[in-house]
Design a protein around this ligand. Structure first.
Ligand code: KIV
Length: 273
């Protein structure tokens, strides 16, 4: 049963969120009973093979978001607004968020940052009935400006910026805030300061919920092991082994067998001969 925003906010914590990018991903996540699914723009890295999330387009997010929704009709679905779709003003952001909601069936959108401009966007969207999840700490869309894909909030200035950003996002109307790659004690402090749930990734155990990129969790995306992720399966290795076994059986004519083949009556075949 899909949880509503008040139910998510008052649910017994910790909340569980995973990313999904396609129909089977949505189906598995829903069957596993997660509280929320995120169609993350990590799509760019783990599915589309880009080396950052910057090239991901609105059309990409909508295409994948729709597939996830078909697989997970009864789970709260959040779709990331990709880079550039909420940075050119409140009107553009509204138009793009409406497109995501209408065309994917998502329940909410997520966006990174807490600058004055982004807070205006969050305020405008939420006043107009589009639920928003905020995102502070490491923000992959603008990681170059943050000094690379590295933990944030470790020094005075960065810790203050992260805390203030999270508080401002709640004030602007975000119903939940993702905290990515920040010290666990800072995430705990933010969680205590906010009334809306924090969802951590690489932010320690003190958050109200956790999110992981499914392709990291399942071992499908096998880049360098990330500190912020834990691998619960080795599906990448299993996939390679299974495909290699299939290839060997095709070459040795072990596959297909009679069980994989269709039969026909002798007289039908005789006529052809
Ligand atoms: O794009 C994504 O998958 C995300 C999560 C890491 C929170 O934003």
């Amino acid at each position: 049963m899909k949880l509503s925003i008040p139910e998510l906010q008052s649910a017994e914590k910790p909340l569980v969120m995973v990313t999904a990018y396609d129909y089977p991903g949505g189906k598995h996540a829903e069957a596993a009973g997660v509280d929320m699914i995120l169609v993350g723009d990590s799509l760019g890295n783990v599915v589309l093979g880009y080396d950052s999330t910057a090239p991901v387009t609105l059309a990409d997010m909508i295409h994948h978001g729709r597939a996830v929704r078909r697989g997970a009709p009864n789970t709260f679905l959040v779709v990331d607004m990709p880079f550039g779709t909420y940075h050119t003003g409140v009107t553009d952001a509204m138009r793009n968020a409406v497109k995501i909601i209408q065309e994917t069936g998502a329940d909410a959108v997520k966006m990174e940052g807490a600058t004055t401009e982004i807070l205006q966007v969050v305020d405008n969207l939420t006043r107009n009935g589009i639920p928003v999840v905020g995102h502070v700490g490491l923000m992959p869309q603008t990681a170059t400006a943050q000094g690379g894909l590295r933990a944030q909030g470790k020094d005075d200035e960065s810790a203050r910026l992260t805390l203030d950003g999270a508080v401002a996002l709640e004030r602007a109307g975000a119903f939940s805030v993702v905290l990515e790659a920040i010290p666990a004690r800072l995430a705990k402090l933010i969680t205590e300061r906010l009334t809306v749930p924090t969802i951590g990734i690489g932010a320690g155990v003190g958050c109200d919920g956790q999110v992981l990129v499914t392709h990291d969790l399942l071992g499908i995306y096998e880049g360098e092991q990330k500190k912020i992720a834990k691998r619960y399966a080795e599906l990448g290795r299993q996939a390679r082994e299974a495909i290699a076994q299939y290839a060997a059986e095709v070459r040795s004519r072990e596959f297909p067998t009679r069980e994989n083949s269709f039969v026909m009556k002798d007289d039908v075949l005789d006529k052809l001969y």
